[in-house]
Design a protein around this ligand. Structure first.
Ligand code: BGC
Length: 717
């Protein structure tokens, strides 16, 4: 029995079920403190539930949380503190770029730093748990939640998931300014069919273990204290009722010892899923699967006692759940100090302080991806007259919908960032959502200037949760505006503000330069101005490819080969795996991103032609900065396994290095490959290796053909 067995013995079944329930924090304040509001599933919260509830969602602010905690503790007979949980996805008050943007830095250490800052700001406001990281692998830009994740690659996603956890939790969640991290959405939520949010997923064992599960596991290994169930069904079984996922994989195989929470109302959703017939069935299935906190619905509280009394669920099952919840509160130190780091004064000092703003600016600059730069139109110079046109020219809507306590009015717009650095005239020309563009004004501004910066994008509500789209183009009004500006023939730089890889159509050919800025956060405009004016050089790399057309989706670089592969993009042979009317490859592949200089790669050299399991093989290239500016190149190493008991992806990212070189400088970049990187998942033996031929590719993106071959052979007897 655990530390809290005595306390749990003293609790009634209803008190235990209340600990296992999470309601919206607003319930405590919306009608004045102590007055409670009903829930979306038509259930009023009775007093005895309110004063025993285990945690609340979506509430922050030191002064408010102190009052709610005081009020709560004055009513709770066991003096068990209330836990405050929140979606702190990319910052609390100082907002960093969206997670997919941060991923484009290829710098997990920066992501860790951003999470540390978010935890600091949240903890002084009284929040102790964040529902982050989202470790869902995403291969389909139609899925709006792609913006909340870190992309299409399992290796990078794992590095980032662990980095987020380290940042939030530091050396322990009880330490000052640290909060507990909840990885979500377990599992494979990103594989929603057709990219339509909440939709079902069908994933074979190999893909699940090799691609979808590793990032959640990395978060668990990094010590995240909570795991959230996903909305979707996985191979026919909704995750919230999926015993195999939560008991066999999470608890037994991965040894997770923290707390499991459902997603918002996901428990009741077992009924429309067609998995449970009644609320009792739903509660029973969720309990059996291992759900311990029910988010924003009350099936546990309504039906749990009946389930125990009828013997369908053992009281031991509730006790174990409550034990985990109380342990979490204990780890956070809430029994000694229910406010933890909550501090009204520190809140004023730390929120949006200069240091946090500087970190957000740095991250925004590192996240932007230069997709195209014909004729080196970028960087711009102070001598040029710039027309800044488009709905994002002076917009402060630079946060996505998970902006937490971030405020638009505190964001630096592109114009605000540029105006002191450049000779720039502002012509917004059309609003973000409605209103016809003033094409004449835009044409006039463009013609009067040397260069146009066209700031285009999709409004934040078009991505994130419930933000799936079947078309990935920019809004029509903006395309008309772009046409009008491009007709002037002036060099045009497009800066995109967006929540997913977009379908750029003819803009990709016609614009001279394209900079993907995503939702860049509080300091977006200052960072982008530094990049446009060449005060710093872009170095972001895509972690999700840009398709030519939505019809190519799902599209991802680490796909399995086919028996009839297309032999290059020019191959017109009919009976190949190809589209008649679109390329196979993306417009901009995974790993792509330019900077203001150029690099050349030598052919790959290997330390041996044959590798044995105990060996370390080194693979190297000479990298040279062939341009006239300093720059950073992200050198990427991909592997292909040429044959074996199952077919393997055409490319798998196994390592990368960011290398800074001065103009003309040259350096050997060396990677070490060990047996772990050569293993793959088999149903019978888990991750294992097989002898055979491999190819190593080293280059600037996933399409690189710069490769060399070796064989993996068993150890000599
Ligand atoms: C989302 C989760 C989020 C939760 C709480 C749900 O709708 O799917 O990602 O953590 O709400 O806000």
């Amino acid at each position: 029995m655990g530390k809290f067995s005595e306390l749990i013995r003293e609790m009634t079944i209803q008190e235990k079920l209340a600990q296992m329930t999470q309601i919206m924090g607003d319930c405590f304040v919306s009608q004045g403190y102590g007055k409670l509001m009903g829930l979306s599933y038509g259930f009023d919260i009775p007093e005895e539930l309110a004063w025993n509830i285990g945690s609340v969602l979506g509430m922050g602010g030191a002064e408010k949380l102190r009052r709610v905690q005081d009020l709560y503790l004055s009513h709770n007979r066991h003096k068990i503190p209330l836990m405050f949980m929140c979606d702190i996805i990319h910052g609390y008050r100082t907002i960093f770029p969206s997670p997919l943007a941060m991923a484009c830095t290829w710098q997990p250490e920066l992501v860790e730093k951003s999470a540390r800052i978010a935890a600091k700001e949240a903890s002084v406001s009284g929040v102790t748990v964040t529902f982050s990281p989202m470790a869902d692998l995403s291969r389909d830009a139609r899925w709006g939640r792609s913006i909340e994740g870190t992309g299409e690659d399992p290796f990078l996603n794992s590095l980032y998931a662990a980095a987020f956890v380290r940042g939030y939790q530091g050396g322990g969640v009880g330490n000052p300014y640290q909060i507990a991290s909840c990885v979500k959405h377990f599992a494979a939520y990103g594989a929603a069919e057709g990219g339509r949010d909440y939709n079902t997923t069908s994933i074979g064992d190999y893909d699940l273990f090799e691609n979808y599960l590793p990032a959640y596991q990395a978060a668990v290994k990094a010590g995240c204290r909570l795991v959230m169930s996903a909305f979707n069904a996985l191979n026919g079984v909704p995750c919230t009722g999926n015993r195999w996922l939560f008991q066999d994989i999470l608890r037994k195989e991965w040894g997770f010892d923290g707390t499991v929470i459902t997603d918002c109302t996901a428990l009741y959703e077992l009924i429309p899923h067609g998995y449970s017939e009644t609320v009792e069935d739903a509660a029973a299935s969720a309990l059996e699967a291992g759900m311990e906190i029910e988010m924003v619905s009350t099936a546990f509280f309504q039906k749990g006692e009946e389930l125990v009394r009828s013997g369908r669920i053992s009281e031991r099952c509730l006790d174990e759940a409550v034990e985990h919840i109380l342990e979490l509160k204990d780890e956070l130190g809430l029994f000694e100090n229910p406010y933890k780091d909550l501090d009204e004064e520190k809140e004023k000092q730390l929120h949006l302080c200069a240091e946090h703003r500087a970190a957000a600016r740095d991250m925004a600059a590192e996240s932007a991806v230069l997709l195209k730069n014909s004729g080196n139109v970028l960087p711009l110079s102070r001598q040029q007259k710039i027309a800044l046109i488009g709905p994002y020219a002076d917009s402060q809507e630079l946060l996505d919908i998970w902006k937490c306590e971030g405020r638009e009015e505190e964001c630096v717009s592109l114009f605000q960032g540029l105006k002191d650095k450049a000779d720039c005239i502002l012509c917004p020309a059309c609003g973000l959502r409605e209103g016809a563009a003033d094409l004449a004004a835009a044409r006039k501004a463009a013609s009067q200037c040397d260069v146009t910066v066209l700031a285009l994008g999709e409004p934040p509500e078009m991505s994130a949760e419930a933000g799936s789209r079947a078309y990935l183009t920019l809004p029509q009004e903006q395309l008309r505006l772009a046409e009008a500006v491009l007709e002037t023939g002036k060099p045009t730089v497009v800066v995109l503000f967006h929540g997913r890889p977009l379908e750029l159509g003819s803009l990709a050919q016609k614009a001279d330069a394209i900079l993907a800025a995503w939702y860049p956060g509080t300091e977006g405009g200052s960072a982008l101005a530094e990049l446009l004016m060449g005060e710093r050089s872009p170095s972001g790399r895509l972690t999700m490819c840009f398709p030519h057309t939505v019809g190519q989706l799902p599209l991802y670089y680490n796909a399995l080969p086919t028996g009839r592969p297309k032999q290059g993009e020019q191959d017109e042979e009919r009976f190949r795996s190809r589209y008649l009317d679109a390329p196979n490859l993306p417009l901009y592949p995974f790993g792509h991103g330019l900077t203001y200089t150029s690099f050349s790669y030598s052919p790959v050299t290997l330390s041996a032609q044959v590798m044995h399991p105990a060996d370390v093989l080194t693979a190297s290239v000479r990298l040279r900065n062939t341009g006239d500016r300093a720059g950073v190149e992200t050198v990427q190493l991909y592997l292909r396994d040429m044959g074996g008991s199952r077919s393997r992806p055409v490319r798998m990212l196994k390592d990368f290095q960011r290398v800074a070189l001065a103009p003309g400088e040259e350096k050997t970049v060396q990677f070490r490959l060990g047996i772990e990187q050569l293993k793959y998942h088999t149903p019978a033996n888990g991750f294992t290796w097989e002898a055979g031929a491999f190819q190593v590719f080293i280059g600037p993106d996933a399409c690189t053909e710069n490769g060399a071959s070796f064989r993996l052979e068993p150890d000599p007897q």
